[in-house]
Design a protein around this ligand. Structure first.
Ligand code: UDP
Ligand code: MG
Length: 335
């Protein structure tokens, strides 16, 4: 059985890494073809250009012209990593039997592709690439990531620990993903909801070999916040509980003050009053903010704007057909 494999690689301003990445991925594909696991003629490395401002798209086009193994998808503008990835997955879905997504900087060890394919051949529909350690990360990134996973677990969101978007999905799993229509995308949270048989593959994550991270702290924080608010309503419940608690405390305080008033003692201490006003005011603002965040999400979902728009598609399907045609003519000649 040889399957059609698509490697989906979102790229945003990746001109520095693309040539090396392309070279390495073509070796990976050649290795898999040699084993007879994939159909080399139809399998592709699909680069999704997420509205890059540098020469990324030109490079993808050049690669495509050189070798039909490389195909390209150009989004109409920058939509962020998750949307670019989704665009690639959805477009690959109709053409491939199995798809593996990875980052353009190849921080994730490409050797894991083979291990993923092995699990797929054993019957898994989803295979998660999991980092075996975070030694290479900075202290800050390691600890904030850990806190994030713990917090998500606490909120009851089922995500795979230390798994980024390096994963294998079968066509069936992608069909499942296609039915999740939400605009606020957090694929790591969505994929486990699909179900089917899944497994993990461990790998060592390296440092970026060129270019710089497209995930600065600000994007990282908003990504984490999106993940939390897209998958859990617990923050809202927590605020409700907090509201009930504070209200009960104020009732008890009211009774207490009435009692000491009747006993003839005057209440002193401006500061306590002022502090409590500020504390409660702050809590209320926070609560409104969190609720506003969810309302904002609902607003975006209701609008149901497209998650991505494709500007250009480079894929040698016509070449495939041409080859088919060629074969036919050869066969005719033989006869
Ligand atoms: N990326 C993207 N659109 C964006 C930002 C990033 O497609 O708006 C891609 C980027 O090209 C890379 C992947 O997402 O292939 C992960 O980004 P990066 O390696 O910079 O993140 P880090 O590894 O530092 O978390
Ligand atoms: Mg990276």
């Amino acid at each position: 059985m040889s399957d059609v494999l698509y490697l989906v690689v979102p790229c945003y301003n990746e001109e520095e890494v693309l040539p090396v990445t392309a070279e390495k991925l073509s070796q990976v594909m050649a290795g898999l073809e040699k084993k007879g696991w994939i159909c080399g003629r139809k399998s592709r490395v699909l680069f999704v250009d997420d509205g890059s401002k540098d020469r990324t798209w030109e490079l993808i086009r050049a690669l495509h012209q050189e070798n039909p193994l490389f195909s390209g998808l150009c989004l109409a503008r920058n939509r962020g990593h998750q949307n670019a990835l989704l665009a690639g997955l959805m477009e690959a879905r109709t053409r491939a039997d199995v798809v593996i997504s990875m980052d353009a900087d190849l921080q994730d060890d490409v050797a894991a592709v083979e291990a993923m394919m092995e699990k797929y051949r054993q019957g898994c529909d989803i295979v998660y690439g999991v980092r075996s350690s975070r030694k290479k990360d900075t202290w800050f990134k390691r600890n904030t990531a850990l806190a994030f996973y713990r917090f998500m677990k606490l909120l009851g969101v089922d995500i795979v620990y230390n798994h980024a978007d390096y994963r294998l999905m079968s066509r069936r799993a992608l069909e499942g993903l296609a039915q999740f229509k939400e605009v606020n995308l957090f694929l790591r949270g969505l994929v486990p909801l699909i179900g089917y048989r899944s497994d993990t593959v461990e790998y060592e994550r390296k440092e970026r070999f060129a270019g710089e991270s497209k995930y600065p702290l600000k994007k990282m924080l908003s990504f984490a916040f999106d993940g939390i608010t897209s998958f859990s309503v617990k923050p809202i419940r927590f605020i409700c509980a907090l509201g009930v608690f504070i209200f009960s405390v104020s009732l008890i305080m009211l009774i207490y003050f009435l009692v000491i008033y009747w006993m003839g003692k005057t209440v002193v201490g401006w500061s306590t009053i002022v502090i409590s006003i500020w504390a409660i005011g702050g809590l209320q603002l926070l609560a409104i903010g969190v609720i506003g965040e969810y309302i904002g999400k609902v607003y975006l979902e209701v609008k149901a704007r497209p998650r991505y728009l494709i500007a250009q598609w480079l894929n040698e399907e016509s070449q495939d057909q041409a080859e088919e045609g060629e074969k036919e003519t050869k066969e005719v000649q033989k006869v």
